[in-house]
Design a protein around this ligand. Structure first.
Ligand SMILES: Nc1ncnc2c1ncn2[C@@H]1O[C@H](COP(=O)(O)OP(=O)(O)O)[C@@H](O)[C@H]1O
Ligand SMILES: [Mg+2]
Length: 285
């Protein structure tokens, strides 16, 4: 058995101000193996985003972080500046809830996708463009060449999220941190984007930390689940979905309609009929 790709142990994060101290992460521990997908689930405010920020050392300056974060055996909390840059740019890819907040609105899709390759890796612009087109194609963006010339506002949320996935894959990371990547999308775009992320990470053998408040969705695309509550992981393992132990998990499971119920409430348009049927079939299985 090789060591896990990501190892988080007893991670604490506190926000320290002049007047008070807020303990927001209270000893988070989990591991993620190579090629494995872990769903980190919990209600809003439970500390999921802070956990991803701590893993990439992107917490605001007022935070104090203690504990261990190891990536491929290397202590992330001890990385020097240059190494940290490389870690964020190459080892880990991040996908967020709102893709629009993470693109420059005055840059084209093509600029966005090729920029880092050209600037940081010395790839020639034509080659970078070729790779961008190929990746857009792989994540199901049609007319990829034409898309390169478009601006973010010309793309739907679902399409822009696919561009995000393509940009992350272009960097060839080993680990993807996806923080509520489908939450801002409507339910069909949601399943679409999730399916692509799932397919691509499996094809490439990447590890995924999938963060969501949707236990059912996490269960559908992850090998393992961990449930967060008030800055702690209260339950993790294979039984979380089928036989939850912690009262909070039981509540979380009971709280929301199933994917099938949610789909039933939606008008079915011709273009999404196929996805709709596929999802229903999965939900019924
Ligand atoms: N910069 C901050 N200042 C103060 N409180 C914060 C800050 N960032 C996050 N928090 C608090 O930490 C808790 C966890 O936040 P977060 O990790 O964003 O939750 P979520 O699980 O919804 O992603 C919340 O109570 C939130 O209000
Ligand atoms: Mg969050």
């Amino acid at each position: 058995m090789s060591a896990p790709l990501l190892e988080v142990h007893d991670l604490h994060a506190s926000l320290i101000t002049k007047y008070r101290r807020l303990d927001l992460l209270n000893g988070v521990s989990f591991t993620l193996d190579r090629g494995e997908a872990l769903g980190l689930v919990g209600e809003s405010g439970s500390g999921k985003s802070l956990t991803t920020r701590a893993i990439t050392r992107m917490l605001a300056p007022g935070f104090r972080t203690t504990g261990t974060v190891r990536f491929d055996g290397e202590s992330v909390l001890d990385m020097k500046r240059e190494r940290l840059r490389g870690y964020r740019a190459r080892d880990v890819g991040m996908i967020f809830q709102d893709p629009r907040a993470h693109v420059n609105p005055v840059h084209t899709v093509g600029d966005f996708l090729t920029e880092a390759l050209v600037r940081d890796r010395g790839v020639k612009l034509d080659d970078a463009k070729r790779r961008a087109v190929q990746l857009l194609d792989e994540v199901g963006v049609r007319h990829a060449e034409r898309r390169l010339a478009q601006y973010p506002h010309e793309l739907s949320g679902g399409l822009l999220q696919r561009v995000m996935i393509a940009s992350v894959l272009l960097a060839e990371p080993q680990l993807i941190l996806a923080d509520e990547p489908t939450t801002a999308l409507d339910v069909t775009a949601q399943s679409d984007v999730m399916a692509i992320l799932d397919e691509q990470r499996k094809a490439r053998g990447l590890s995924l930390l999938f963060i969501t408040h949707d236990l059912e969705l996490a269960n559908a695309c992850c090998d393992r689940l961990a449930v967060m509550y008030a800055g702690e992981i209260v339950e993790q393992g294979a039984q979380v979905y089928e036989a939850p132990q912690h009262p909070y998990t039981v509540e979380l499971l009971g709280a929301r309609p199933s994917i099938a119920e949610r789909l039933d409430r939606l008008p079915v348009l011709e273009y999404n009929l196929e996805i709709h049927e596929a999802l229903k079939a999965r939900a019924d299985a």
